[in-house]
Design a protein around this ligand. Structure first.
Ligand SMILES: [Zn+2]
Ligand SMILES: [Zn+2]
Length: 383
């Protein structure tokens, strides 16, 4: 096994485009690629850049119903819309656009490609800024998500026997409801989602009492954080919950949904973390992957709606994954590109200062409740 890390990228990611007035602007993906390129990351010998193919209809149907997949294909001509609304398509969140099917299949293909690179032994870890479309359910688009690429990639690994157990760790500010629901009764997939509480934010689910059902009881884990949760509290919650569960579950692979909308600058959410938290968390997952599953760690994208901040976060996470030290200065050439493509000037620094404060009492109490709800299923002490 080499010590390489995969970066899965395609210009076609930009085709997943809900239009000018929609918050999910894929310029953030393009600017991530450009920032990594300007920093010389993509030319390093530790990094293998690779292009995905679109997922096949059979692969998409590992998770989604045939009717839904056909409906997405039908509306992708940009003209037909009859019946689409029943599948969550054509709403304000999920407007129909031309070539929606192909664009969505490419995002799914990126998650599949990244997992294949890791399980086939080409690389230790792999990341794609695409995908992470964690809200889509079996027959419904939801929350900017058409096909649930993380669920499809995990299901494919299970069906092909490449893994027996997979852990899904979701740090997007929104609850990973789609992935949770699709594996809610399964003890083969441990889903852990840290997010802003559903009391305040879409999709309104992901409370600590949602722990799974049947054989899957204890294998769905939710950490619904209060609004304005900051670095120290977030890191505390993550460290108390995620490492013990992963160490006990012993997955064959860890797939992380790396939505960046918990960042303090994000316009859609109210969590307040900085790049330092993402760096810490990425470091912890990296260590856990080597300790538990021979390094098998795959990261996919997700939310994140400030187009000049998201690239900094994903770059920081990727550099942790690949073991690359980066300067703190953001290249001037990239700053100009941000101005040109996003109309915004980014921070001069790659990293935000990590805010070390007392852990908030409500977060401490929440962590206690989460442990009480799920740790007993794993034979873990919750006091
Ligand atoms: Zn490593
Ligand atoms: Zn989100």
């Amino acid at each position: 096994m080499t010590a390489k890390t995969g970066f899965v990228y395609s210009e076609e990611f930009m085709k997943y485009d809900f239009g000018l007035f929609h918050p999910m602007n894929q310029i953030r993906i393009k600017l991530t690629y450009e920032l990594m390129k300007e920093l010389g990351i993509l030319d390093r010998e530790e990094v293998m850049v690779s292009e995905p193919e679109a997922a096949t209809s059979e692969q998409i149907q590992l998770i989604h119903s045939k009717d839904y997949v056909e409906m997405v294909r039908t509306v992708s001509d940009g003209k037909s819309t009859q019946g689409a609304f029943l599948f969550g398509l054509g709403s304000g969140d999920n407007p129909i656009f031309e070539d929606m099917y192909h664009a969505s299949a490419v995002h799914t293909g990126a998650a599949i490609h990244a997992t294949d690179m890791v399980t086939d032994g080409q690389v230790n870890h792999a990341f794609t800024p695409a995908g992470g479309l964690h809200h889509a359910s079996r027959s419904r688009a939801s929350g900017f998500c058409v096909f649930n690429d993380p669920a499809i990639a995990i299901k494919k690994l299970l069906v092909e026997g490449k893994v027996k157990r997979a852990a899904y760790v979701d740090i997007d500010a929104h609850h990973g409801d789609g992935v949770q629901a699709l594996f809610y009764d399964s003890p083969e997939v441990l889903t852990i989602s840290l997010h802003e509480s559903g009391r305040y934010l879409f999709p309104g689910t992901g409370f600590e009492n949602e722990v799974g059902t049947g054989d899957g009881k204890g294998f769905s884990v939710n950490v619904p954080l209060p609004t304005y949760t900051r670095d120290s509290s977030y890191i505390f919650a993550f460290n108390e919950i995620v490492p013990p569960l992963l160490e006990s579950f012993k997955p064959d692979l860890i797939l992380t949904q790396l939505g960046t909308d918990a960042h303090q600058s994000d316009p859609l959410t109210h969590l307040m973390i900085g790049t330092g938290t993402y760096e810490r968390i990425a470091g912890t997952i990296h260590d856990l992957a080597h300790e538990i599953c021979d390094g098998k760690w795959v990261g996919v994208g997700g939310g994140g709606y400030d187009p000049v901040v998201v690239p900094r976060i994903w770059t920081v996470i990727f550099s942790k994954m690949a073991g690359i030290e980066l300067p703190d200065e953001v290249p001037d050439s990239w700053k100009s590109l941000c101005k040109k493509l996003a109309g915004e000037i980014p921070s001069d620094k790659l990293h935000d200062e990590l805010e070390e404060t007392e852990v908030a009492a409500d977060v401490r109490a929440l962590v206690g409740d989460v442990k009480k709800s799920v740790f007993p299923y794993h034979g873990l002490d919750f006091n």
